[in-house]
Design a protein around this ligand. Structure first.
Ligand SMILES: [Zn+2]
Length: 134
């Protein structure tokens, strides 16, 4: 239940008033925002049209919208991380194949070891292809 009441990351309710602020307008979006030509944080100036968590929000700051945006951003970062990891693994196994091949020709590695290195490289290439798709 308390999880439902917690606002998504990046969203804060405007509650505080400052000497420059007329107070909280209950008909406006309740998000606390910064920027524009005003100093510090202030209440979002848009009209509150979405009723969530017992407060009104503009469409951009509705907790459900912010949560969905956060989730989309997290998914995007996860996909980029997996792509990067797959490429790193591919480069690492390619070097391992070259190293094993060199040792094989010096008769310091077995045929099975070389085959295992090549198979690992092929699997790494497949993982890169899968990460590109995702
Ligand atoms: Zn707003």
């Amino acid at each position: 239940m308390s999880d439902d009441l917690r606002l998504p990351r990046g969203l804060t309710v405007h509650t505080k008033t400052t000497q420059f602020d007329g107070g909280v307008d209950m008909t406006q979006c309740r998000a606390s925002v910064s920027g524009g030509d005003r100093w510090g944080f202030h209440q979002c100036t848009r009209k509150g049209t979405v009723d969530e968590r017992g407060m009104l929000w503009c469409r951009q700051h509705a907790p459900s919208t912010v949560a969905a945006k956060n989730a989309a951003q997290a998914a995007k970062e996860k996909a980029e991380r997996e792509k990067r990891n797959a490429r790193y693994e591919r480069d690492h196994t390619r070097t391992a194949v070259a190293d094993t091949a060199l040792r094989y020709f010096r008769q310091q590695a077995t045929h099975d070891e070389l085959e295992a290195a090549v198979n690992a490289y092929a699997a790494a290439l497949d993982a890169v292809a899968a990460a590109q798709k995702g």
